[in-house]
Design a protein around this ligand. Structure first.
Ligand code: MN
Length: 227
C-alpha cells in the first residue's frame, strides 16, 4: 500500500504489567451519568444515557504535561472510569456486555465549558467543547484479570492538592454493562474502543500551572500538569 503522505501513527494506551499496548479505535463518552453532576449542570437526572465522542488522537496516554487548549477561557476537569473493550458487536445483550471488557483505566474528560455551554444554548453539537487536542488524558489500562469489574469505590480528583471531586462508582446512573449494551444499540462496538463513563459532581475551572490528580479506587491514578 502506498499513501500520498505517511499515515498518522496508531494511538495506543499502556497496559499495566505488560509490554504490549492497547491499540485505540474509537473514544466514546457518556454524558451526565452521575445524578449529582447532572444536577450541577441543571439537567434532568432521570434521562437515558447519551453519548458523544472524542477523537482517538486527543488521548494523552500516561498523563504528564498537557498544553492549555485553544479557544477557551473556561477549561474544566471531569474524572472518569474508562472502559476499554477487547471485543464488541452490535446490540450486545446486557448479560454479555461485561464479557467485552478488556480492562479499566482512569481518564480525564477535559471540557471547554464555555464552548459547550454556547453549543447547548444554540442547540449545536458539543463537538468542539469536548473533542480537542490533548483533551483526553488517560492512565494505563488495568486488565479485568487483575482488577475485575469495579462497581463501587471512590472517584476523586484534586487540583493543586485540594479535593474537588469525590464521588463513588456506585452512584453511576447507568452501570458499565448498561452503557455498553445501550451504546451498541446505536453503533457497532469493536476491540480498541474506549468509553469514558461520566463524572461525579465537583467539576471546576483549571488554569495553566495547575496540577490535576485523580483516581478511581482499585483502578489507578492519573496526574497531569496544565502548561
Ligand atoms: Mn464527561
Amino acid at each position: 500500500m502506498r499513501y500520498v503522505f505517511p499515515p498518522a501513527p496508531q494511538v495506543s494506551v499502556p497496559v499495566a504489567g505488560s509490554d504490549a499496548r492497547f491499540p485505540v479505535r474509537r473514544v466514546y463518552c457518556v454524558g451526565r451519568n452521575y445524578a449529582d453532576h447532572a444536577r450541577e449542570m441543571g439537567a434532568d437526572t432521570r434521562e437515558p444515557p447519551f453519548f458523544f465522542s472524542k477523537p482517538a488522537d486527543a488521548l494523552v496516554p500516561g498523563g504528564g504535561d498537557v498544553a492549555y487548549p485553544l479557544a477557551t477561557n473556561n477549561l474544566q476537569h471531569e474524572v472518569e472510569l474508562v472502559v476499554a473493550l477487547g471485543k464488541g458487536g452490535a446490540n450486545i445483550p446486557l448479560d454479555q456486555a461485561l464479557d467485552c471488557v478488556f480492562g479499566y483505566a482512569v481518564g480525564f474528560d477535559l471540557t471547554k465549558r464555555d464552548l459547550q455551554q454556547r453549543s447547548k444554548d444554540k442547540g449545536h453539537p458539543w463537538e468542539l467543547g469536548k473533542g480537542f487536542d490533548q483533551g483526553g488524558p488517560i492512565a494505563a489500562i488495568q486488565p479485568v484479570s487483575v482488577v475485575g469489574h469495579p462497581a463501587q469505590g471512590a472517584v476523586w480528583l484534586k487540583v493543586n492538592g485540594e479535593l474537588r471531586q469525590n464521588g463513588d462508582l456506585a452512584q453511576m446512573s447507568w452501570k458499565v454493562a448498561e452503557v455498553i449494551a445501550n451504546l451498541s444499540s446505536y453503533v457497532a462496538l469493536a476491540a480498541g474502543d474506549l468509553i469514558f463513563t461520566g463524572t461525579p459532581a465537583g467539576v471546576s475551572t483549571i488554569v495553566r500551572g495547575d496540577l490535576i490528580e485523580g483516581g478511581v479506587a482499585g483502578v489507578g491514578e492519573l496526574k497531569i500538569t496544565l502548561v
